[in-house]
Design a protein around this ligand. Structure first.
Ligand SMILES: Nc1ncnc2c1ncn2[C@@H]1O[C@H](COP(=O)(O)OP(=O)(O)OP(=O)(O)O)[C@@H](O)[C@H]1O
Length: 332
């Protein structure tokens, strides 16, 4: 849906990005990651024409982004940045209504949409709609920033370090909520982050940049277990185990356990276990992180939300190591 074709950007003699080519599919969350100064923000800003490429083409749905005025383009692309960039003299409601006003929606429609969005991002309209941005906490401002980006229902949302200014606890909470929200609204999202854990948590695919050049595009798991070069491999070194836990799901673990002698007790055999629930697409990390010390077994649910098997915590842990081993062997 978004396609970059040999896009380069030079500031004077200095290259910010060189020959970028990749496609971002409709409905996916696509992360741009890399070391500081590698060109993430420049790449994002070229998509909504805040920065003009020195060469190359950017297409959205097959059409060159230069084929329409930049204002028209930007109305179809939401933009969320660190520190939000809310207009300080506008109320929360007026901030959210910025693009709908430009689109000349009537007052009734704007008011309904604003209230709907505030509820969607977890802010009660009665309490928050008339406040000024500086009467909100950082996390609340971030939610308003997201509501503003979503206001005119754009198919694409660009997010530049959207959680960067939040403390770790608020960050985790807001990120969890936003992830849930994005799952339900099916947008194409391009997310810039320097937080690799965040990228693994949120993104379907990643593009890892170094010094303005693409090093690898792929799923988090592909980058982790099938790095295309030494840079990609070393980029994940410092938190590799955590990232492996994040990219291996309980479903993967169940599959490997079922194909071994240590088969977990299956619900189809009439066994009904109890214990905390884990969805097949939950990462091992999220299950492990929330694990209660007294939980000896977990009930794994499939995609249709049916319980499939009960797995002991020992089985879960040994299954994780086996999946990891298998993925590494493939790499070798
Ligand atoms: N307006 C500008 N004028 C000159 N150089 C610029 C400009 N904007 C960016 N650059 C340079 O282009 C390169 C890429 O910058 P960019 O902001 O895209 O990197 P980034 O990966 O987003 O970095 P960070 O993670 O530190 O925010 C850097 O070397 C930066 O100094």
């Amino acid at each position: 849906m978004i396609e970059l074709q040999k896009v380069s950007k030079y500031y004077g003699q200095k290259a910010a990005v060189v020959d970028l080519s990749f496609k971002i599919e409709e409905g996916e969350i696509f992360g741009l990651i890399g070391t500081s100064g590698c060109g993430k923000t420049t790449t994002l800003k070229m998509i909504n024409r805040l920065v003009t490429p020195s060469s190359g083409h950017i297409l959205i749905n097959g059409e060159d982004i230069n084929s329409q005025p930049s204002e028209t383009l930007r109305r179809h692309i939401g933009y969320v940045i660190q520190n939000v960039g809310l207009f300080p003299h506008y109320t929360v409601q007026q901030n959210i209504a910025t693009v709908p006003r430009l689109l000349q929606w009537d007052d009734q429609r704007i008011s309904e949409r604003t209230q709907q969005l505030l509820r969607m991002v977890g802010l009660e309209p009665e309490t928050f709609a008339r406040r000024a941005p500086d009467e909100l906490s950082g996390g609340q401002q971030q939610r308003v920033g997201l509501a503003r980006a979503l206001a005119a229902d754009p198919p694409i949302i660009l997010m530049d370090e959207p959680f960067g200014a939040l403390d770790p606890i608020t960050k985790q909470q807001v990120r969890g909520e936003v992830k849930q929200l994005l799952k339900n609204i099916q947008k194409t999202i391009v997310l810039v982050t320097h937080d690799v854990g965040e990228a693994f948590d949120m993104c379907d695919r990643l593009c890892l940049l170094d010094q303005g050049k693409v090093q690898q595009v792929g799923t988090p798991r592909e980058l982790l277990f099938n790095p295309q070069n030494d840079f990609v491999d070393s980029f994940f070194k410092s938190n590799r185990l955590q990232l492996e836990m994040m990219s291996i799901t309980t479903g993967d673990i169940l599959e490997i356990l079922q194909s071994s002698a240590d088969t977990p007790r299956s619900f189809s055999e009439g066994f009904e276990g109890n214990g905390p629930r884990a969805a097949a697409n939950d990462s091992f990390f999220s299950v492990f992180q929330d694990a209660k010390p007294e939980a000896h077994s977990y009930v794994i649910y499939d995609k249709e939300d049916q319980p499939v098997a009960s797995v002991t915590s020992e089985q879960l842990l040994s299954g994780f190591y086996r999946v990891r081993h298998k993925l590494k062997e493939k790499q070798g």
